[in-house]
Design a protein around this ligand. Structure first.
Ligand code: IPE
Ligand code: IPE
Ligand code: MG
Length: 245
């Protein structure tokens, strides 16, 4: 193999299979411009569209984005409504292009408290893209890591699963992320150094990259920086590096 080919193989080898993103900083982005916070959420949706494209281009298999947390209901009613409607917009206006790209949409979270219109739009988007295989876009919506674990425990208890059969693997099958490999890389924008109740179980061994830009400003250069940081990490999973074994 020539040198070029080797480089390409190595690069592909270091591409995370699953990227999870805490899309943070929309409100601050808008406020800095004297705009309402909702303008930041709209700008953030554009960034999400682009991020989907970059993931497809680089061969990432799963992109999970934190779009609305179980704690975000604490925000003013008009901001919450805007976010519920933005989800409808995304499922209607963007679905054509996402479908064309081969993106399969899944939603992680408890949709029960979500308004009916949003739920219905989600249902249609999920159904329309169900057969796609290029990239799986998992949208964490009314998602909380603790709530995810609790709903799993409740279902395990109600199904009467014998305690000895509750292993890490079977437990994982009760989480919203059933069948999805654990994230390899978590990116949080806006420089904030916390997890904010995102995928608590699933990120046990994820690599974390904090980007110092607000989510609407997250661009291809930031994405590539995160990927290259990931590529240089040594994932030990509690063991030792190859050269120390
Ligand atoms: C992230 O941006 C989007 C959601 C939480 C829905 P924020 O709305 O949290 O923006 P900041 O962090 O207040 O700037
Ligand atoms: C996390 O951001 C939730 C989403 C990105 C949807 P928040 O803005 O809600 O998190 P905190 O409040 O700063 O921890
Ligand atoms: Mg925030």
């Amino acid at each position: 193999m020539n040198q070029m080919g080797t480089e390409q193989t190595d690069r592909k080898h270091n591409i995370p299979r699953h990227i999870a993103v805490i899309m943070d900083g929309n409100g601050r982005w808008a406020q800095k411009r004297g705009l309402p916070r909702t303008a930041g959420h709209r700008a953030g949706m554009k960034t999400l569209k682009q991020t989907v494209r970059w993931c497809v281009d680089t061969g990432v298999e799963h992109l999970t984005v934190y779009a609305f947390s179980t704690e975000n209901w604490k925000r003013p009613g008009d901001e919450v409504s805007f976010l519920m409607n933005l989800m409808i917009e995304m499922m209607k206006r963007e679905i054509e292009e996402l479908d064309r790209k081969g993106v399969k949409i899944c939603v992680l979270g408890d949709l029960e408290p979500v308004p009916e219109g949003t739920r219905e739009a989600i249902r249609q988007g999920v159904e329309r893209t169900a057969g796609n295989t290029t990239l799986q876009l998992n949208i964490a919506f009314n998602y909380g890591g603790r709530q995810d674990i609790l709903q799993a425990v409740r279902r395990i208890a109600s199904e009467g699963v014998p305690p000895a059969e509750i292993t890490e693997e079977t437990f994982g099958n009760f989480l919203y992320t059933e069948g999805i490999p654990d994230p390899d890389l978590v990116i949080r924008t806006s420089g904030e150094l916390r997890i904010s109740n995102f995928l608590l179980w699933q990120i046990a061994y994820a690599e974390i990259v904090i980007a110092d830009v607000l989510w609407p400003d997250f661009d291809r250069a930031e994405f590539d920086r995160a990927l290259s940081a990931y590529g240089s990490r040594r994932r030990r999973y509690g063991g030792l590096d190859d050269d120390n074994r």
